[in-house]
Write a protein that binds this ligand. Structure first.
Ligand code: PMP
Ligand code: GLU
Length: 394
């Protein structure tokens, strides 16, 4: 049948994380016993105090359109959170609440980029960055980082990637998919390079800030000279296990925030009213209220590293945050496993799905063709079973 899909959509990739999750769901519906380690989604329930706030919001009739940029009370809670957790001063005019951090990222791309502007993405990067940049007619420029340096971009690599067309750098710390965490010194090194290029802006995606086992989280906006040039992205999907509630937000220079409000006003209006009220309770609470989830992720990381470390051919580093491991499995390339020739990470990930009934995501989607991403946001029982199965089919 004829279709007239726009080139924009034809040229876009489907989100590999969501596609793998959908495939796992489909196989499960067919009766297969699939263990899903593909989606970056906490397996915890939302803490009760947040649910209570949502129920109260329904009873209090928070049912109308909200201000496009979010309720003032929520923006105040976000401003206080930035001050408390990140030592960053963002006034209410610098904060925009959106339908997930994904929309926040999209807004920023649309607001800052002109066609042809280059965006440096240290690879591996989160799966949606490159397609969001392309949708805004920007050009993603990948900077390949290696497992031996914990997948972090060095100042030298950054400087080498800058051209007169560079407009932005996007990165996440803790990083999805590598779990790497940039230290203050490492961020200062990058900031030192950027001092020479005043027209380059930074998107610092800090959605995993609390899921950090290395100690302190550092926001690049707090480093000398960076505040005016940084958009700090955050949201409640990960730390508060609120993926389906769809609330993300930015702290940004006022002109960027204003642009995002203008765009959002024509696209989605304000984010969901009930979810916004619930997020006030989430952000006002001390981090100690969610520490039990962070501790569990830390235990699971150790378990997964230990069990995967027992499989020949997995090259692993120690991720310091988020809830992913990103092993290099290129030693399997060129081998035939149970009659399946493994040429690349996608073949490997598919092989695990079909033969071990374990869903992972190919590193190709994150800009690294030698690795796969395994999410350990799953129960200990599932993780043990999944890795036993993986070991058996390899
Ligand atoms: N950034 C990163 C690094 C992520 O892993 C995710 C995962 N969902 C997002 C942004 C988007 O989060 P949200 O659910 O708030 O849209
Ligand atoms: N961010 C999560 C992941 O990387 C959720 C899926 C998505 O939003 O793409 O798996």
């Amino acid at each position: 049948m004829n279709n007239h899909l726009s080139d924009r959509i034809k040229n876009m990739s489907t989100s590999a994380t969501l596609a793998m999750a959908a495939k796992a769901r489909e196989l499960r519906n067919e009766g297969k016993d699939i263990i899903g380690l593909s989606l970056g989604e906490p397996d915890f329930n939302i803490p009760d105090f947040i649910k209570d706030a949502a129920k109260q919001a329904i009873d209090e009739n928070y049912s109308s359109y909200t201000p496009v940029d979010g309720y003032a009370e929520l923006k105040t809670a976000i401003s206080n959170k930035f001050k408390r957790d990140n030592n960053l001063e963002y006034g209410l005019k610098q904060i925009v609440v959106s339908t997930g951090a994904k929309q926040s990222l999209f807004n920023v791309a649309m607001v800052v980029l002109n066609p042809g502007d280059e965006v440096i993405l240290p690879a591996p990067y989160w799966v949606s960055y490159s397609d969001i940049v392309k949708l805004a007619e920007g050009v993603p420029v990948e900077v390949t980082t290696e497992i031996d340096t914990d997948f972090k971009m060095t100042p030298e690599q950054l400087e080498a990637a800058i051209t007169p067309k560079t407009r932005m750098i996007w990165f996440s710390s803790p990083c999805n998919p590598s779990g790497s965490v940039y230290s203050k010194e490492e961020l200062e090194g990058l900031a030192e390079v950027l001092k020479k290029y005043p027209n380059i802006y930074v998107v610092s995606d800090e959605i995993y800030e609390h899921i950090n086992f290395s100690g302190g989280h550092v926001s690049i906006a707090g480093i000398d000279g960076m505040y005016e040039r940084t958009v700090t992205i955050n949201g409640v999907s990960k730390a508060f296990a609120m993926t389906g509630w769809r609330i993300g937000y930015i702290g940004a220079p006022e002109w960027i925030a204003k642009g995002c409000i203008k765009l959002q006003g024509q696209v989605t209006s304000g984010a969901n009213a009930i979810a916004q009220r619930a997020v006030i309770a989430a952000l006002d609470a001390p981090v100690s209220k969610i520490q039990y989830m962070i501790d569990k992720f830390n235990e699971r990381r150790d378990l997964v590293l230990q069990l995967l470390g027992e499989i020949d051919g997995f090259n692993l580093n120690v991720p310091e945050g988020a809830f992913y491991v990103f092993p290099d499995i290129s030693s399997f390339f060129g081998k035939t496993l149970n009659g399946n020739l493994i040429n690349n990470a996608s073949d490997f990930s598919l092989y695990l799905l079909e033969h071990a009934n374990v869903a992972t995501v190919t590193g190709e989607a994150f800009g690294n063709p030698n690795c796969i991403r395994i999410s350990y946001a799953a129960s200990e029982k599932e993780l043990k079973e999944a890795i036993t199965r993986i070991k058996a089919v390899l």
